[in-house]
Design a protein around this ligand. Structure first.
Ligand SMILES: [Zn+2]
Length: 314
């Protein structure tokens, strides 16, 4: 058992991208010799991220599982890579993420021969929860580094520190330490009597319907954000907003916080500047979705789970 066993820390089973795959071992990050020591260990596993894409094992079904590499395969990339200590798994094996985004595509040959770079959202649904959580963690950290090269206070270069978990401004008169950011977003299954509210944004794939979502604004609670988003998008007043579970969503840097809520009325006033359509659907109506002109989000998403939890609760 891990101290971070996701099956114990919350009564509901963990999401695809949120298994406790690693002990992040944050105390070790302060050891300035940590990365050097880990690169000297043959057992260390390297998780590669290139320009937002993870490295996968793949087959004809697509991106199948996480591809980690050994020092032998990655040593030629260490000079230009950002090294981020990720932690250790249940077997005490250590993981280091290498952000090799500075390398042009034609220099990736030695790595591409070991796997396939791809978007984590396109991974085969059979990918394990541990793999998914490690890949999401690595991808999110690399996104933060890519957008934090310079100090947001004075504009000077900020140097990666604490094994990749902070960046410190190199201007000695500033010396601000910057930390990774996560953007909170709420996502909510709103119900009224025996129906659920589903809608779609115009930019989504044609036919996909999902629950409503939106970013939390400064100065509001998560529950307030739920009520505000649902009202802004569909004109629906909600009550009994209750937390369900959450999912890291590093596309590029979000934490999706899932809720249930009840509508006080079925009346809808759609804000077409935010969503294309929204409508109430019964379980029978959703069962008749044809998968082409009407279908639900991908199985591994928190939106799909919120919908399915309502679908199957009676
Ligand atoms: Zn600065």
């Amino acid at each position: 058992m891990s101290v971070f066993d996701p099956n114990l820390i919350h009564p509901k089973s963990p999401h695809h991208l949120s298994y406790g795959g690693l002990n992040r071992n944050d105390m070790a990050r302060r050891d300035t010799g940590l990365i050097k020591r880990l690169t000297a260990q043959l057992e260390t596993r390297y998780i590669i991220v290139w320009r937002g894409l993870n490295l996968f094992k793949s087959d004809i079904t697509g991106l199948k599982s996480m591809r980690w590499l050994t020092i032998e395969a990655v040593s030629s990339f260490l000079d230009e890579a950002i090294c981020i200590y990720l932690g250790k798994d249940r077997s005490q094996v250590e993981y280091v993420c290498l952000d090799i985004s500075k390398y042009p595509e034609d220099k990736l040959g030695p790595l591409s021969a070991n796997g396939q770079f791809g978007d984590l959202r396109e991974a085969n649904p059979s990918i394990s929860g541990d793999d998914g959580s490690i890949l999401a963690y690595a991808k999110a950290m690399c996104h933060w580094h890519a957008h934090s090269e310079h100090c947001s206070v004075c504009g000077s270069f900020a140097l990666s520190s604490e094994a990749g978990h902070t960046r410190k401004c190199t201007n000695v008169d500033c010396a601000v330490v910057h930390f990774p950011r996560t953007d909170s977003a709420v996502i909510v299954a709103v119900t009224f009597e025996d129906k659920i509210l589903l809608g779609r944004q115009a930019i989504w794939p044609k036919g996909m319907l999902s629950v409503l979502a939106g970013f939390v604004e400064p100065g509001e609670t998560l529950e307030h954000a739920v009520a505000r988003e649902v009202y802004e998008e569909a004109g629906v007043i909600t009550k009994n907003v209750s937390y369900q579970h959450s999912q890291p969503w590093p596309f590029p840097a979000s934490l999706m916080v899932g809720f249930r809520a009840e509508a006080v009325s079925h009346k809808l006033t759609i804000n077409t500047q935010e969503i294309e359509i929204a409508e109430w659907y019964s379980r029978d109506e959703i069962a008749k979705f044809d998968g082409v002109t009407m279908y639900l989000p991908r199985p591994l998403s928190i939106s799909r789970r919120l919908i399915e939890e309502w679908l199957y609760e009676v």
